[in-house]
Design a protein. Structure first.
Length: 92
């Protein structure tokens, strides 16, 4: 039996007064992730959108199915982030 362990450590860093990281922890599935945008405002928005996209991936997929789902989820999140950034304007 293959076992996966996951953990995450995060810190707001020296610039921000709040933490903008987000993580996905799926102990029964080898997919997880998080995101952080250090040089831009609203990093918590990007982290949350990526996290939500990864959380929607169903469990019980084969490795090739999982890779395809992760790629599609990240592409969808990327497009949604571009649209959100355009909506918010240059400073976001």
């Amino acid at each position: 039996m293959i076992r996966f362990r996951s953990w995450a450590v995060s810190h707001p860093g020296a610039v921000r007064d709040h933490n903008e990281d987000a993580f996905v922890d799926r102990p029964r599935s080898p997919v997880g992730g998080g995101g952080r945008r250090r040089r831009h405002n609203s990093g918590e928005v990007a982290s949350a959108m990526i996290k939500q996209a990864l959380e929607r991936i169903p469990a019980g997929l084969s490795a090739s199915e999982m890779i395809a789902e992760v790629r599609a989820a990240i592409a969808d999140a990327h497009n949604a982030l571009l649209a959100e950034a355009a909506r918010r304007g240059r400073r976001s």
